[in-house]
Write a protein that binds this ligand. Structure first.
Ligand code: SAM
Length: 375
């Protein structure tokens, strides 16, 4: 059911993008597949909106938004509801649950990266949180709260970047130490009717089980992710440009006299879609490019030209590269950039002999992406 009662600003601040039923069905599919008897468990959604995720005899919903709770009570009257801030004074007793109760947490917690550039102006820190769940991202706070509640299982929808970006993953702290990803399905954020298709990013329906060993980043790098569209990938299968060059401003380590060009910061593939590549002037957001690493920055520039061939599920990944194949044809990438950016011409010599570059470059990207190449 689509959220109806909030204005645009409140919707962004609360992260109130309600989940379509077919995604709720994926969650219950994972629960039935991986848990022997889900009827033994309390089903808890601590950011329940209109209650779309609440199913079964022992379902409990909570939300900070009083109107959402009123609507949930009307739609699904059999459940218990709490109107509160689920990130403050987190404990089982908030839900009249005790330590012996078995709990499955479901839902689609709000994700709201306060450092994200999209619509940044209207995002703000609105509600206080327990100090042990504070994070740059509201969704990560929710994951930390599930650990605090000691849920037996957690099956929720969240941005894939929480797992695949190392800094995000590390910020999952005790959640990653105490839970392990057992099952998952990647879907595009574009499925939410109100979000823009052009800025869609990968989300994951993730099924976590409480575990003594937890998971480390290496576990995620070797994990086989599947997408709703029937594709699958392992992060380790791709080499990334960050292994060869600096993706972030490096003026502290590179001297002015060694700099031949400036390149815009490369956060991930989706960021590259929106940003410039080579720029004329140095700013706080630019990288100093040296002559020996110049080919890799040309690579990133041409990668951007080919970005429409990259599927949405790599949107938060690093720019990928097949270094061996690239090195063999790097002159093609350099030449293209020297033609494109005349001010670079006197920094690097241009080889006029090279022909058929479009064909070879296109072949390179097809082989780099294999079954993931978007035609
Ligand atoms: C993405 S919506 C999900 C709603 C519902 N679970 C669904 O998927 O349809 C996120 C919900 O989190 C609620 N919310 C945001 N911050 C909260 C907080 N600190 N405590 C409880 N609920 C919160 C919002 O009001 C909103 O209803």
């Amino acid at each position: 059911m689509d959220q109806k009662h909030l204005n645009f600003k409140d919707k962004i601040n609360l992260g109130s993008f309600y989940t379509p039923k077919w995604i709720v069905d994926i969650v219950y599919g994972f629960l039935r597949k991986n848990i022997v008897d889900i009827n033994e468990y309390f089903i808890l959604d601590t950011s329940c909106g209109y209650g779309g995720f609440l199913c079964g005899e022992k379902a409990i919903g909570a939300d900070i938004d009083s109107e959402a709770i009123i609507a949930a009570k009307k739609c699904f009257p059999g459940n218990k509801y709490f109107e509160h801030n689920s990130l403050l004074n987190i404990s089982r007793s908030q839900y009249n649950l005790n330590l012996n109760d078995k709990i499955i947490i479901v839902g689609n917690p709000p994700y709201n990266d306060t450092t994200s550039i999209i619509r940044n102006k209207i995002k703000k820190e609105k509600f206080p949180r327990d100090s042990d769940v504070t994070s740059r991202d509201l969704g990560i706070s929710f994951l930390l709260s599930y650990n605090k509640l000691q849920a037996d299982y957690v099956c929720i929808l969240h941005p894939l970047s929480y797992l695949i970006k190392k800094t995000n993953f590390e910020s999952l702290r005790n959640f990653k130490n105490n839970y392990i990803l057992k099952d998952s399905m990647i879907i595009s954020s574009g499925v939410f009717s109100e979000t823009s298709k052009s800025t869609s990013f990968p989300m994951v329906v993730a099924f976590y089980e409480k575990s003594l060993s937890g998971m480390d980043y290496n576990y995620i790098c070797n994990y086989k992710f599947s997408t709703y569209e029937g594709k699958s990938f392992i992060l380790k299968d791709f080499d990334k440009i960050g292994n060869y060059i600096s993706k972030y401003p490096n003026h502290k380590s590179i001297k002015t006299e060694d700099t031949i060009a400036y390149f815009w910061t490369m956060r991930d593939i989706n960021a590259l879609k929106r940003t410039k590549t080579f720029v004329l002037k140095e700013t706080y957001n630019t990288i100093r490019v040296t002559k020996n690493l110049f080919p890799y920055y040309c690579y990133a520039d041409i990668f951007k030209e080919n970005i429409s061939h990259i599927p949405y599920y790599f949107g938060n990944s690093d720019i990928m590269i097949n270094n061996k194949s690239f090195v063999e044809i790097q002159d093609l990438f350099i030449n293209k950039c020297l033609v494109k950016y005349p001010n670079l011409k006197n920094k690097y010599s241009l080889n006029n002999e090279i022909k058929h570059d479009e064909e070879i470059i296109s072949k390179y990207f097809k082989s780099l992406l294999g079954k993931h190449y978007v035609y």
